[in-house]
Design a protein around this ligand. Sequence first.
Ligand SMILES: [Zn+2]
Length: 236
Amino acid sequence: MVMLLTSHAACTKRYVYARMKMNNKVDTIKFSCFCPTCNSIVEHERVFDYQYNIDRKDDVSISGTSVVLGKCLNCNEPILQRDKFNHVDDHYWSDGFDQLYPIIEIEASKNAPKIVRGPYSEAIKCYRVQAYDACVIMCRKGIEAICIDKKLSNGNLFDKLKKLKDIGILSTEMYQWSDELRLLGNDGAHDHNEIVTKEDAKDSIDFFEALITYLYQLTIKYNNLKERRKGTKELK
Ligand SMILES: [Zn+2]
């Protein structure tokens, strides 16, 4: 006896991703997608598929949302994806696709100005296609954008970062991280002998994300907290 993990007969051709047998043996369904841990497109095993918002228009048309839990067959790390699917007879297309886990872009980047968000997204795209030189150059461009956003335009990047530290926008540690990003970006852009590794590129993104989180999320949160506390104290 076979128990289908989907309720709809019309979608069995494309959407029966997993079938569970009574003897607990699971037929594995495989698919290829990007694994952030392996940093490449690799084969995944479909572990579970939950479908909801199912709309059956007629005998051959169905649409809905599918959340798929997958497992990378290279590193065994899990992945969770949501897909708004349409299925008509043998034709399938997607109206939108989100990666729910692991999150690729940090939440804080939504608060950052466009001038900073652009290089950040580009850096992640470069990392995903293993263009590590381009990735560190984009991170460097991102810290330049932070300087522009903070109204610093005179001098070179070294001077501008130092100024950000001197006026208290960057702490000493943040300044050191930013300066390291600047140097890594220089290697990526100008040095033909220096090899930018995958680890260098990943560290660049991590530090750039820490800067974005500090400047465009935690600072705003802290100011809001202070305002709230001030309001509460005035009421007492
Ligand atoms: Zn993997």
